[in-house]
Design a protein around this ligand. Structure first.
Ligand code: GLY
Length: 572
C-alpha cells in the first residue's frame, strides 16, 4: 500500500511531481524519487526502518544474497546518512538477533562515559544541575559505539563490508532529496546548530532548507570511506579520531583518543522469558528494555486483558499500573550491570511481581507516592531509531540505535561530518533530578568513568513454537519499553492485525511524573473514564514509531512501518 500522505505532503515538489524520470544510482536506488511504503507482504525478506531510502538499501542487500545481518548493517549505515536526527555513527545502540540455526544474540554498542567523567560533572558548585551541559554540545557526548557494533556484528554477515557501506557512501557523496519533514526538522535546529558548532556543516546554512533540496554530506562521505578502508580503526583511530578529539578540545568535550581506541562493543546474554506460549528475546542491561518488558508482561499475564479489549478503560488502567510499578523499579535498581549489581532475578520472580500488584485497585488511580520501587532481597535518557529485518532463511534482526534526542548534541564533528550523541544525559546526573525524558535515577545509574548509561532501547524478537513470530522495536526514549509492551499485547492478547497493533493510539506511564501520556487520537470515552478514576492525563503528539515484522502461518513476512513518520517497509 502506497502511503498517501507522504505523497501529498510532497505534492507540488519537483522531486516527486515534475515528471523527471527515475534514475537509479549504483546501488539500484533513486535517491530523488522515493516514497514510504507502509505495509508489505513477501516470502523472501523484509526490512522496516525510519526512512524509505534506508529500507531500500537493506532490501537491495537481501536481494544480492546478503542475510538479515548484512541488511541490518547496510540499513544502519544508510540511516546514518539519510536520517541524521537519529541514524548515526556518532551514537550507539543495541542489536537483538535470532539466527536460523537457533542461536540468539544480544550486542551492546551503547555509548560509554569517557575516562575523564565524574559523578558530579554536570553539577555546579552548589550541587545544582548545570542547564544543558548534559544535553547539548560536546560536553554531553559519550564515546560512540555504533561503528564498533557494526564490525562486531560482521562475524554473522555474509557479504564483504564494502558492499554494505557503499550505498551509504554514495548517498552521502551524491546526496538525496530531503522531505518536507526533514527540511522543517533541520530548519528548527538551525539556531542550535549555529550555537554548538564553530564551523559550517551540511546541516545548517543561512538559507532555510525546503522539501526537495539535495542534502550532500561530503565530510561524512570521507569518514565513511575511511571506515570502509580501515575498518573500525577508520573511526576510532587515525584521522577520524583526531577530528573527534579536536572537536572535544575546541568545544569542551571529554572524549580522549584513548577512550576512542579502547571502546569495545560487548556481546551480552540475551534477555529471555516466556509469555503465553511465546518466547520473548530482548536486551539486557545496560538497557532496561528487556527487564521492563518482562516485568510488565508478567504482571498482566494472568489477567483477562482480552476480555477488557484494546484501549478500554480497564485494559489501559491495568497496563498503566503495571508500567508505573516497573518504572519505579527502573529508577531504583537499573543501571550498567558491569558497575552495579542489578537484581534481575529478584525483580522478575513470580512471587515478587504478584506482590507488586497486590495493591492494584481496579477503577481507582494508583499513586507514585504510594507505589515506590519494590522491596527485594538483593544480595548486595527521544530521538532514536529502530529497524527490523528478516531474511528467507529465517534470520531475524532487530536493531535500535540513538543519538539520544533529535540530532543529539547538535555538535557536528568538524571535518568528519557526523553528529555526536548527547547520551550522557541518560545517566542520572544527580539523584532524583529528571533527565530529558523526565526519568529519575540514583546510585545504580550514577556517572562513572567507562560506565554505560542506562537505556530504554528494546529491540525484540518474539518466537512462537520456537520460530520467529515478531521482530520489533521503536524509538521514543523511556516510552520504548511501554510501546513494545503494548505492541506485543495488541497482537498476542487483543489479537489485533499487525497494522492496528502498530498504529492504534499509545499511552505511557513511567512512575514519575505521575501521569498517563496519551496520543491525540486516544479514544474520548477512555480518557473520560480514566479521569474519573483519578488519573492525570497529558496529551502528546506521538508515542513511538514501531517497526514490526510479523511472520505469517505460511512463513511469509508481513512488514508494517509505523504511520507516525516516514517509516517504510520493503519486502520481496
Ligand atoms: N537515549 C534513549 C535510550 O537509550 O533509551
Amino acid at each position: 500500500m502506497r502511503y498517501l500522505s507522504f505523497i501529498l505532503f510532497a505534492a507540488g515538489l519537483c522531486f516527486f511531481s515534475c515528471g523527471a524520470p527515475a534514475e537509479k544510482n549504483a546501488s539500484g536506488i533513486d535517491p530523488f524519487h522515493y516514497e514510504a511504503q507502509k505495509k508489505g507482504v513477501g516470502a523472501n525478506g523484509a526490512v522496516v526502518s525510519a526512512h524509505p531510502l534506508a529500507s531500500q538499501v537493506g532490501l537491495s542487500i537481501l536481494k544480492q544474497g546478503g542475510n538479515a545481518v548484512d541488511a541490518a548493517i547496510a540499513t544502519q549505515l544508510a540511516l546514518a546518512v539519510v536520517y541524521p536526527e537519529a541514524g548515526n555513527i556518532g551514537g550507539g545502540g543495541f542489536m537483538a538477533a535470532r539466527l536460523s540455526n537457533g542461536k540468539i544474540l544480544a550486542l551492546d554498542f551503547r555509548e560509554m562515559a569517557p575516562a575523564a567523567s565524574r559523578r558530579d560533572m554536570y553539577l555546579d558548585e552548589q550541587g545544582s544541575v548545570i542547564p544543558k551541559k548534559s544535553t547539548r554540545g560536546a560536553s554531553s557526548s559519550g564515546v560512540p559505539g555504533t561503528v564498533a557494533g557494526l564490525f562486531e556484528s560482521m562475524q554473522y554477515a555474509k557479504l564483504p563490508f564494502q558492499k554494505l557501506i557503499d550505498p551509504a557512501i554514495e548517498l552521502a557523496e551524491k546526496g538525496f532529496a530531503i522531505s518536507e519533514r526533514e527540511a522543517n526538522a533541520l530548519n528548527n535546529q538551525r539556531e542550535e546548530f549555529n550555537q554548538y558548532n564553530s564551523s559550517a556543516s551540511a546541516f545548517h546554512r543561512d538559507i532555510p532548507f525546503k522539501a526537495g533540496d539535495t542534502l550532500i554530506q561530503a565530510d561524512l562521505a570521507l569518514t565513511l570511506k575511511r571506515i570502509r578502508d580501515n575498518g573500525r580503526a577508520g573511526f576510532y583511530e587515525g584521522e577520524t579520531a583526531k577530528l573527534i578529539v579536536a572537536q572535544m578540545n575546541a568545544t569542551g568535550g571529554y572524549i580522549s583518543a584513548d577512550d576512542l581506541k579502547n571502546y569495545q562493543a560487548k556481546w551480552r546474554e540475551p534477555f529471555q522469558f516466556a509469555y503465553k506460549g511465546h518466547t520473548v528475546i530482548s536486551m539486557p542491561m545496560p538497557s532496561s528494555g528487556g527487564l521492563l518488558l518482562n516485568q510488565m508482561l508478567k504482571m498482566v499475564e494472568d489477567r483477562p486483558l482480552a476480555e477488557y479489549g484494546a484501549l478500554s478503560p480497564q485494559s489501559v488502567q491495568l497496563m498503566t499500573e503495571v508500567e508505573r510499578r516497573a518504572y519505579a523499579d527502573r529508577a531504583q535498581y537499573m543501571g550498567d550491570a558491569d558497575f552495579y549489581k542489578v537484581p534481575v532475578k529478584e525483580l522478575t520472580r513470580p512471587e515478587y511481581l504478584k506482590e507488586r500488584m497486590k495493591d492494584y485497585a481496579p477503577g481507582k488511580a494508583g499513586s507514585s507516592i504510594v507505589t515506590q520501587a519494590g522491596r527485594i532481597q538483593a544480595k548486595e535518557s527521544e530521538e532514536t531509531t529502530h529497524l527490523s529485518v528478516i531474511d528467507k532463511e529465517g534470520n531475524a534482526v532487530a536493531v535500535t540505535t540513538t543519538l539520544n534526542d533529535s540530532y543529539g548534541s547538535r555538535t557536528v564533528v568538524a571535518g568528519a561530518g557526523f553528529i555526536l550523541n548527547d547520551e550522557m544525559d541518560d545517566f542520572s546526573v544527580k539523584p532524583g533530578a529528571p533527565n530529558m525524558f523526565g526519568a529519575v535515577g540514583g546510585e545504580a545509574n550514577a556517572i562513572a568513568p567507562h560506565k554505560r548509561m542506562l537505556s530504554s532501547m528494546t529491540p525484540t524478537i518474539v518466537l512462537k513454537e520456537d520460530k520467529p513470530f515478531l521482530v520489533t522495536g521503536t524509538p521514543g526514549g523511556t516510552t520504548i519499553p511501554t510501546s513494545v509492551f503494548q505492541t506485543i499485547v495488541n497482537i498476542i492478547d487483543f489479537k489485533l492485525s499487525a497494522e492496528d497493533a502498530v498504529n492504534i493510539p499509545k499511552f505511557h506511564h513511567q512512575w514519575l511524573p505521575d501521569r498517563i501520556d496519551i496520543e491525540k487520537k486516544f479514544p474520548d470515552s477512555t480518557r473520560l473514564a480514566l479521569q474519573n478514576m483519578g488519573y492525570a492525563l497529558s496529551e502528546r503528539n506521538s508515542i513511538g514509531r514501531v517497526e514490526l515484522i510479523r511472520i505469517l502461518p505460511d512463513g511469509s513476512f508481513e512488514a508494517i512501518a509505523d504511520s507516525r513518520g516516514e517509516d517504510s517497509a520493503e519486502v520481496f
